[in-house]
Design a protein. Structure first.
Lengths: 95, 486
């Protein structure tokens, strides 16, 4: 399965990473060589194998839903890239 | 007493406990040496002044019951440190100052350690040579044009150059063991679930583990003892009685069965590595262990499996870097445009490449062919280990297929770079513990390592085996301090 330039641009859209034409071409080459190498996995028959999601194969622990940290509004907003220290600010989304 | 800088972590601790040296003296020595070692580019953030202040505080009210009493330590910049900039070597986190502390580093400070600074690494721990860092590549103290390995390259470089008495790294596919092997140091990746992942910048959550990097095996045992803890803040942290690894360290490995997997004898493996492995077997026999030839049939599929699983998890984990809540932002015409510009300018090439691989293998129409397939092969790889551990107590392999390479040698060919991790990746996929110890030098005089792989939560056993071998190997490297400024 080879990855064409159109697919590279589609993946970049899905990844929310803008790329120019030159980068896209470079990525096309790189991704094709990587996937060509990855496709050796097709030598293996895996029809009846259970996929392994996690190494720790126990049920995730349950805990009480309780508030543990209080009044950390300032801490949460501290690293906000926008100057506004009361909210996270983004470009206008709804007209 | 020999030169303070040459003391191992354990020796340093006993000297401090015996009041032969103070924390201030030790910290000053390491600060001065680190200041003269800028050429290595191993530090991203220096916290020397705070470290000296804390050392003085320790000396004025010393608590010698702590396991790391007043010990200065520089750590990989992937661990969040409260009020100290944490970048994961990425432009996208270049201004990020955490308001919380990772559990593993908190454990270090609780036991008396003092932060010296944050160490360079590959961007988001994605790399095997420390050449993907936004802050430039790290040089190995072994030679002036050599990579230290990666992703914990700054850690390995600083440790080998004696800019820190010990350090910690993280290992997703070999990022502790490979740089340890390249720099003639000891690196241990614990069992998945042993050390908390809380507060470590996430790369691939089902594979990431923090671990110690040290000058000898005893130091690794001690540091692991401090790092490992059950943590409610990590949903995959495992609750078990943690042994006193350093106290229980023993050279008695008589009768232990050690497996030699034939699949690790890869095409084109150098005679030097063959010999290293052979010598390793002989050392183990001398210690009374039994050598058994074994097979791990799915070994060759581990690396391609890893390059589906790890990027898939990374693409999800790194979705959080969108320029909204923290980190770097590049303004755009609208919200989507801002996301795309921020991520394009904020991430380096290797990180982008992996996000795109991950996005592709998880995308509609390809999920079954790639991601699901990889998860199934991952099961087969884990089963290989489960089966073989019915017969053997541990497995001995080379740590890497070659010694360290030169800066720039592999940075243009992703697949050849990925092949560095061929012997370390299976351990992460199966969640097992593995340790790399320095075992010899190649023709060029560069260090080579051997890896010991153990059963889940059997760190004590692989530490004991490494401890016995270390004695027999008696590794020496004549460090020429070419990088030091006066």
């Amino acid at each position: 399965m080879s990855i064409d330039l159109k697919t590279v641009k589609h993946i970049s859209k899905l990844s929310r990473i803008s790329i120019d034409e030159e980068k896209a071409k470079k990525l096309e080459t790189d991704l094709n060589s990587i996937f060509k190498w990855i496709e050796q996995l097709n030598e293996l028959k895996t029809d009846n194998i259970e996929p392994l999601n996690s190494i720790v194969e126990t049920k995730l622990r349950l805990r009480k839903d309780e508030i543990k940290s209080k009044n950390i509004r300032e801490e949460i907003l501290k690293n906000s890239p926008d100057e506004n220290k009361d909210f996270f600010v983004v470009p206008k989304v709804v007209e | 007493m020999s030169n303070l800088i040459d003391l191992s972590l354990s020796e340093l601790i006993s000297n401090i406990k015996n009041k032969k040296i103070s924390s201030k003296e030790v910290t000053s020595e390491y600060v001065e040496r680190s200041k003269k070692s800028k050429k290595l580019n191993s530090y991203i953030e220096e916290t020397f002044d705070t470290a000296l202040k804390k050392a003085k505080e320790f000396d004025s009210k010393p608590d010698f019951n702590k396991k790391l009493p007043g010990i200065p330590m520089a750590i990989k910049d992937l661990f969040c440190t409260k009020n100290v900039k944490t970048t994961a070597s990425s432009k996208i986190l270049n201004n990020f100052i955490p308001t919380y502390e990772s559990t593993v580093t908190q454990n270090l400070w609780n036991d008396g350690a003092i932060l010296l600074g944050k160490l360079n690494c590959d961007e988001f721990a994605m790399g095997s040579s420390n050449e993907t860092s936004y802050f430039g590549n790290v040089i190995s103290p072994i030679d002036n044009d050599l990579v230290p390995g990666g992703s914990s390259g700054g850690s390995a470089s600083a440790l080998a150059a004696k800019l820190t008495p010990a350090t910690i790294g993280t290992d997703t596919g070999g990022s502790i063991r490979q740089p340890a092997s390249f720099t003639g140091t000891v690196g241990l990746k614990p069992t998945y679930g042993s050390c908390s992942r809380y507060g470590i910048v996430a790369f691939a959550s089902s594979l990431d583990q923090a671990g110690p990097m040290t000058r000898n095996v005893k130091d690794a045992a001690l540091l692991l003892e401090v790092m490992s803890s059950f943590d409610n803040k990590d949903s995959t942290s495992v609750e078990f009685k943690r042994p006193m690894y350093s106290k229980d360290l023993s050279k008695d490995i008589k009768g232990k069965k050690i497996g030699i997997p034939k699949e690790y004898r890869v095409d084109g493996m150098s005679e030097e590595i063959e010999k290293l492995w052979e010598d390793g077997k002989n050392y183990l026999k001398d210690c009374g262990a039994e050598i058994i030839d074994i097979s791990l049939p799915h070994t060759k599929f581990a690396l391609p499996t890893y390059y589906i699983v790890a990027p898939a998890e990374a693409s999800s984990n790194l979705a959080r870097y969108d320029g909204v809540k923290y980190g770097f932002r590049k303004e755009g015409d609208n919200l989507i445009d801002m996301y795309e510009k921020t991520r394009s300018a904020g991430f380096g090439d290797e990180v982008k490449r992996r996000i795109m691989i991950g996005t592709y293998v998880l995308s509609s129409g390809y999920y079954d062919a790639y991601y699901l397939k990889a998860q199934k092969v991952r099961r087969l790889i884990k089963n290989d280990f489960n089966n073989i551990f019915q017969k053997v107590d541990a497995i001995l392999t080379p740590s890497t297929p070659s010694s360290a390479f030169k800066v720039g040698d592999k940075s243009n060919n992703p697949v050849s770079m990925y092949l560095n991790d061929i012997f370390t990746v299976p351990v992460n996929l199966a969640g097992l513990p593995g340790i790399s110890i320095p075992a010899g030098l190649d023709k060029k005089g560069y260090p080579l390592g051997l890896q010991i792989i153990g059963k889940s939560f059997d760190e004590q056993n692989i530490l004991n085996i490494a401890y016995s071998m270390e004695d027999k190997i008696n590794f020496k490297f004549n460090l020429k301090e070419w990088w030091m400024n006066d």
